[in-house]
Write a protein that binds this ligand. Sequence first.
Ligand code: ATP
Ligand code: MG
Length: 429
Amino acid sequence: MLFSNFFAPTSKNIPADAKIASHVLMLRSGMISQTASGIYCWLPLAVRVMEKITRIICEEQDKIGAQKVYFTTIQPANLWVESGRYDSYGKEMLRIKDRKDNDFLYSPTNEEQATDVFRKYVKSYKGLPQMFYQVHWKFRDEVRPRFGVMRGREFLMKDGYSFDVDFAGAKRTYDNIFKSYVKTFRRMGLVPIPVQADSGAIGGNMSHEFQILAETGESTLYYDKKLLSVSDGELMTTFAVTDEKFDPKTSQISEKDLVVSKGIEVGHIFYFGTKYSKSMEAFVLNENGEKIYPEMGSYGIGVSRLVAAIIEASHDDHGIIWPESVAPFDLALLNLHPRDGECVAAAAKIYGAFSGCREVLYDDRDVSVGEKLADADLIGIPWQVVVGSKNIGENIVELRNRKTKEVIKMSPENVIERFLSKCCCHQSC
Ligand code: ATP
Ligand code: MG
């Protein structure tokens, strides 16, 4: 992608109403554009990151047998009347009428709809277990939308719904989801902290949040410092608690091991038994022809919130530092002197060699050296290849690591080789 054709309206100005780093950096790097309170347009850089995050989530969901669907963003109110949540959900729900005066709503979550699809088609215990997920837009009319996309009103969520024949099955599903969420967040370069949670409006008796540590987080977490070094398996029994649940009198954690930190909630899993299957008459017949109500759970990941949360966890004074797995591009190629024929030839050679196998943002713009370097640091692509007239006479370019700031001088050929050897389609490139 040529930067001269790419829509990333970067800016040096620090927006007055942005209070946290991720909000400032998303606005300054041209990732988002606000259209109303808590409602944002997602611009190309942000979409590339969100799609990478989505791909990791989908891969991990597919591995545990969850099946991708699309429920709808607009739902008929009667499903929520059936479950009993139409009134109790309150003002966070955006209520809509169609032209015939029927009541609809914009999905804040999809338990009712998942249950409705299930009950229409699954009639026998043989159709269990079943697990659906989607990555889809939600709307919640939050009292205080803030921190940019971190707490938006419209936001992208991965939401999953499971149906099991009994509690043992539901617990197995819950544990599989738990482990898969840990893997999912780790693949994004994050350190997930499981938190034993109240199950809130959805109700039920088993629930964990997944938080990541950040000074700007809205939750306060209490945990044993060994939590940060235990294995994935041990995370299921070693977890943090939030301030509502922490009681210094009963806590098992010794004073010297206790850590208190702020966290951002990036995922939330619930087991809620037969709450929806019973209220919505979603039953199946067992071997003896008797009615049984499936044991259900629901599982959310804040996909759009993750874009901001990853930035909170990984940035410096100059800008974003994307983990490689979710970076909008693999490489930033900077031609500092686009009017110098030798530089143009070297940059074009590198760009051409990566065509089709590495994602490169080639800064070919006719702007100052300072602006190019500042924009590259701001946008935060993990590797920068810098082509400049000072070095190119000796067939040298600089490979810079955005995170460590390490600079390695090498020939354009070596840069190509280094990144193509990591490329899965190397044979055909
Ligand atoms: P919160 O306590 O932050 O309001 P929640 O408990 O209401 O979250 P869930 O219903 O569990 O959230 O939704 C699943 C995930 O969706 C959350 O873990 C969070 O990452 C994300 N999420 C929830 N509300 C928002 C929002 N207003 N903006 C962006 N992401 C959100
Ligand atoms: Mg909420």
